[in-house]
Structures are given as C-alpha cells and as structure tokens.
Design a protein around this ligand. Sequence first.
Ligand SMILES: [Zn+2]
Length: 202
Amino acid sequence: MFSENHKKSGCIEVVCGSMFSGKTEELIRRLKRAQFAGQKIAIFKPAVDNRYSDVEVVSHDFHKISSTPIKDPSEMLNTGPDVQVVGVDEAQFFDDTLVEVCQTLANRGVRVIVAGLDTDFLGAPFGPMPQLMAVAEDVQKVHAICVKCGNLANHSHRLSKSEDLVLLGEKNVYEPLCRECYNAARAREEQEKHSLRLFDDQ
Ligand SMILES: [Zn+2]
C-alpha cells in the first residue's frame, strides 16, 4: 500500500490520531518518500491553521515541507495533471466537500494522503474524517502516549475550558490521554462543574 509505485492507480490513504500522535510526521514521511521516487507532489492545509507558518506544513518536531493554505477543498482540483501525490494536513478543519474532492483526485489517478484528528476534544468524530476513513483504501491510526499512565493515547484532552471546536493545538492547551484516563478526567470536570453550580445556587 505504501509503495511509491503509484504511476497510474489513484487511491486515498488516511493517517489519523490524537494530538501529538505523529500524524503530520507520518504524512511528511510518505510525501518525502514519493519525492525521492521522483514523483511530483502538492500539499494543502486549511488556511485557518497558521500556528507557525502560512506556507509550510509544520509538525511539532519541526520537520517541515512546503504547503499551500486553502480556504475551500475545491481549490485542490486546480493541481496540474503532472502532480501524482497530493497531501492534506489538518484535514479535520475542512468541511465535508473534502471527501468528494479527494474522491475526484483519486479517480483521476492521484494518490491522496490525508492527515487529521480522528476525534475532537469531546471524543466525537471530527469533520470529514469519518467519511474519508470509510472511502479510503488504507487507514492508519497513529497514537500518542498517555501523559498520565504511559498507555497508547487515543484522546486529545483539552486543558482549557473553552468550548470552541477550533482551538489550535499547543502543548499547554491539549494533553494526550488513553481511554481510561480521558474518561476519568472528563468525569472529574463534570463533577467540578456540578459543584460550582451548587456553589452558585447558594
Ligand atoms: Zn492513561
């Protein structure tokens, strides 16, 4: 599946996981291998994500690769016919039209590699990721390490109280947790909210 010998056959690959799971690093690794194989690549990310740089996909350990920030997934359809591999980072921030665009590119013979968060901070499937995972030829879930117990982490636990779905990830905003530690943290927060409410009522 990860062979660079995709001269004609298009496909969709999804790399997903929690914050700090290394999904952008995995996306960059696959794109660099394609480049080494002499293939022309194009990389896109949502224009909302300008944490470090507007023109580069930047991963947390600063491996980086040039990308084009776009507002609408349909802009990806303007890539030249010579482009064999298209990478998409932070795909969870795009709307559902991303799925159709990736399908169109794959049907044209392009290898499409999509990286993104599988779930949001409440543990719900994030944006177009579940649909992409359904139609993809290959899905890889990558994992961070739970900061509480050292197990594999599947959840991005938000340390801030903000309810905004788009709150970009820095180390002091999110922590990776396993299922058990995430559930315990959420239960504690609910209890805190509840006791605050009781306090307010007095
Ligand atoms: Zn844990």
